[in-house]
Design a binder for this molecule. Structure first.
Ligand code: ADP
Ligand code: MG
Length: 577
């Protein structure tokens, strides 16, 4: 559990403020995260990392010379939104371009990809290297599906070293990708973790047992064994990782990582055997790291990472670094060597967004739009705990709190837009942006995209007739499937959204009033969401836990059906507004 907090919903904001306050000589706060206090030299590629909070020193603690130029910071265990990644990248980008690097999780992929598209569209060259070091999350033949855990550190170090050498974006990308290809990790856990403000741990490990194959978000382990001794754990780690030793690899970087509440002293106890076994296998260990590099809040666990070094990777691994949490060799903030402190800092607060003009017809509908979003928020507030438990079965347990953050922000943004005279379309679009920014995670990005598409399609001119609403819902479905790439049957919220869209169109096509058609379509969505219990996940965080998920409906589909049902009541209210 966490001990120190104020309002749990402000946890990430407050930890970021404190982190920057304590490390103001090295980093500055920018919209969406933190950046080096020095400006990126004009010809240098900027390395932008990121992910959820709760993994300290990943990611904010790894910003500084020899490591990242900026880190996008999401809420605890939730991806930063595309807008946050984009903002951090903009704050550090140069004409040489931006390399995005982060652990391979569905929510991060979605949001970082969207940020990359936007940067490229604005003429800032941007490439991505996803870290996929966790050998337990997918087989060697499906490396690209593996999750990223403590191997992040090696890949970030290599990318930053190449960037600081003045290499081109393509070269930085290639070397970082090589570091990732040659990095493998395995994690275990002895107990789960409890997010700030939550009552229950995300998962538990029975006494005397150890979960094997941990992610860093409290995803349950993939296997479970009797609690080993430190020596036995060292054997388990090394045997499994040596199975992926490439031909000719004889030098390794080693990271023995604590996940949160295992003491570094305990890691040292295990390290001796690890070193013996690696050296016994003919490997030379290069500058090992034993401590906390990527944590999972206060989870009790550990992971071992090996990077099969070649000459260049070794040079990068040994190079100096100077960040809040990672310091090595002769680094330091080299102001004398011409790096400039960026005084403009994050000063460019975006001017309050202009509200486009709207017709009276559209504005008359805004009251109902706001009430619909309020109804969504109230439903999510009521269901949040249950949704979290549903997500904890095979995911990371954050679906309830993520949806709650999103719906709360959307509700506030919708009211604000309405007060400022927005039409129905703009109200929905701004609610969507707020949702994506605050919710984080996969579902947050998709809900944000869906609401924005709904609003864009409805527009601010005509009154939202049943036909227009059905069309707008189809546009939202298209945005979700284009963006998330899930199909019906993948066990995601798409399994509720597609039947809802089809059913709404059919009922409206029969000439039914919107409220009547919506009620029927929401009932179909509810049945479809329940039916996802029989499906096996093919995407998202639940994918490595295929079997655990059988018999449990998809949390994203369930919450979507619940909110669609809540909107029915608002549409059924009489009157014009
Ligand atoms: P995260 O997976 O990042 O923890 P949440 O827990 O908030 O995010 O949301 C999980 C839900 O997101 C899943 O139950 C599923 O419905 C939905 N989801 C995950 N991946 C996709 C995708 N690619 N397309 C559509 N929906 C998805
Ligand atoms: Mg989740």
């Amino acid at each position: 559990m966490s001990y120190l907090r104020n309002d749990p919903t402000r946890f990430t904001d407050e930890l970021t403020a404190g982190f920057v306050r304590a490390n103001g000589d090295l980093v500055r706060r920018v919209e969406g995260g933190v950046a080096r206090r020095t400006r990126t030299p004009e010809t240098q590629v900027a390395v932008v990392i990121g992910g959820g909070s709760g993994h300290y020193p990943a990611f904010a603690g790894l910003v500084g010379p020899g490591l990242a130029h900026g880190a996008a910071m999401g809420n605890v265990f939730a991806s930063p939104s595309a807008h946050q990644v984009y903002s951090v990248a903009k704050a550090v980008a140069t004409p040489a371009g931006v390399l995005l690097s982060y652990g391979n999780y569905a929510g991060d992929v979605l949001n970082f990809d969207q940020a990359q598209e936007r940067l490229n569209a604005e003429g800032i060259p941007c490439r991505t290297v996803r870290v996929t070091d966790d050998v337990f999350s997918a087989g060697e033949d499906e490396r690209e599906k593996r999750r990223g855990i403590a191997g992040d550190l090696v890949v970030f170090r290599v990318a930053a070293w190449a960037a600081e050498q003045g290499r081109s974006l393509e070269e930085v990308e290639a070397l970082a990708a090589r570091a990732n290809d040659r990095t493998v990790s395995l994690g275990v856990a002895f107990s789960g973790c409890t997010l700030p403000g939550a009552e229950e741990p995300l998962f538990t490990v029975p006494a005397g047992r150890m979960a094997v194959g941990m992610g860093i978000h409290g995803e349950p382990g993939i296997d479970e064994v009797d609690l080993p001794t430190a020596e036995e754990l060292a054997h388990l780690f090394v045997d499994r990782l040596l199975a992926e030793r490439p031909d000719g690899a004889d030098r390794v970087a080693v990271i023995l990582n604590g996940l949160g509440s295992v003491k570094t002293e305990e890691l040292f106890v295990a390290y001796t055997t690890i070193a013996d076994l690696l050296e016994g296998a003919g490997l030379t260990i290069v500058e090992p790291e034993v401590g906390e590099y990527a944590t999972s809040f206060e989870m009790a666990g550990a992971s071992l990472t090996l990077t099969w070094l070649d000459e260049e990777l070794e040079q990068a691994w040994r190079s100096p670094a100077y960040t809040p949490a990672y310091r090595k060799g002769a680094g330091g903030l080299d102001l004398a060597a011409g790096e400039q402190v960026d005084e403009e800092a994050a000063a460019e607060e975006a001017a309050a967004e202009e509200i486009p003009p709207a017709s009276d017809d559209s504005r008359r509908a805004v009251g109902r739009v706001v009430r619909a979003i309020t109804a969504i928020r109230e439903t999510i507030d009521r269901e949040a705990d249950a949704l979290g438990r549903l997500d904890a079965v095979a995911g990371d347990g954050d679906h309830g709190i993520g949806m709650q953050r999103g719906a709360t922000a959307a509700d506030a943004a919708a009211r604000d837009a309405a007060d400022r005279g927005a039409g129905a379309g703009t109200t929905l679009a701004l609610a969507g942006d707020a949702w994506a920014d605050k919710a984080g995670g996969t579902s947050g990005a998709l809900w944000g995209a869906a609401l924005r598409a709904l609003g864009t399609s409805l527009g601010d001119d005509a009154a939202p007739s049943a036909e227009r609403v059905a069309e707008a819902v189809a546009a939202a479905r298209d945005a979700v499937t284009r963006f998330g790439k899930a199909e019906v049957g993948d066990k995601t919220l798409v399994d509720a959204l597609v039947p809802f869209t089809d059913s709404l169109a059919a009922h409206v096509g029969n000439g039914e009033a919107l409220a009547v058609a919506w009620r029927a379509a929401a009932a179909d969505a509810t049945a479809a969401a329940e039916a996802t219990a029989d499906l096996l996940p093919r995407l998202g965080r639940a994918r490595p836990h295929v079997e655990k998920s059988r018999g449990t409906p998809d949390p994203g589909a369930v919450s979507l059906a619940q909110t669609l049902t809540a909107v029915t009541a608002v549409l059924a209210e009489g009157g014009d507004e």
